[in-house]
Design a protein around this ligand. Sequence first.
Ligand code: ZN
Length: 459
Amino acid sequence: MDMLMKNAVVVTQDDDRRVLHHTAILIKGDRIAAVGPTREIEHANPQVPVYDCTGKAVIPGFINSHTHTILTVLRGTVEDWDGNAVYGYMSPVSYTMSAEERTVMAVLGVLEGIRCGTTMFVDPFRHVTSYAEGMARTGARLLLSENCADVNTLKIRRGDYSEDREFGQTFLDRTVEGIERFHNKHGGRLQIQIAAHATDNCSPWMLDQLTALARKHNMPRTVHLAQSIEEVRQVRARWNCTPAEFLDHHGWAAPDVIGAHWTYCTEGDIDILAEKGVHFVHCPANSSRRGPHPVRAGYIRDRGVNVCFGSDNMTEDLFHTMKIGLIVHRGSYGLGIRPQPEAIFDGMNRNGAIAIGRLDDLGTIEAGKKADLAIVNLRNPSLTPVINLVGNLVHYGHPGVVESTICDGEWLMRGGKVLTIDEQALVKEAQLVTRRVWERMLAQNPDIPPPRPWQWIET
Ligand SMILES: [Zn+2]
């Protein structure tokens, strides 16, 4: 669309991190055509429809650099369960779900994200070809991937880590299908990347296959890394090295790789990953459910690693991610005020764009970039008084301060109303789908217990 947003406070996130006042943003089609003084830009573009941003700030749309939207289906269940939820619940549940059910839950995640000001979702999961199209219809920017493994992740909960190449091939087939059917669709808003699930469930053969696909299609790669003690143990037992060393030995410590978690990385591991240019996507809120995440975030930062953030499982609330992220990163330095909120905020936009090699296009508000924006209501009591805007957003922001979200030059939410999803119908459907999926999964897998006693609430 063509539109002139006027009288805004603009948090550009450009190289100088300028925060501009009384500023206009001219959108032409899917891109930002100009950013400058309202009077000048309005005068030069008298025909363009105007959106008055008086009392509002415009920030780059959040990039959620690591999420699994479908796992909203587990919300309110495994957060308080003491076990490995990845293999205990997250793997089996995705096999239990139908294409329609996956789509409903993925769209629920996107809906929550849009309400939070998120415009881009980096979402590795399973059976992506069954829901990519439905998810793309939300209008959000997507980087999806099939989370490949050639150890059968349905058997790991019973202690069986044996390699299963046939199982692995089904992931590779779906990756290829995903690339052929969905890469660069919806005007480039929907893209595919390459994902190895984790270091304990991918063999060197699988890593090599995936690297070949990434090279062939010029796509970034992602992997979960040193997420659990058990993962570290398995990699040591099978390959006699750490997860980071395992990735390095097989060409996965490289600047086109985004690694999630790094929880049990040693300083030596971090040295390798930093030197090879691997990007760190941290999911501090989800990783701190059992107490503050013990990752060496300070050491990672001091080694110059590019740090971006994701929400990971069961939530899309990136304000929550920022708050917990600030606490965890400060805690890793010892008590103090390093890093400052600006460094956390960088991880929500420009660093996410850097991680996927797209800073030329995304992550800041500058002429020529994609129009992926969120509008924040500065007259919200939670943000008042506004003295340090970025500090306020990190310390006190919440999804309720976001009034509009724009992606690829189109409104996803305008003045608090989501335009691309029938919100009430979707939320209702998601509640029904969740109950159906849980009942089916427990019936199909008698060894999986309900994680805690529950009571279904009618909505
Ligand atoms: Zn994850």
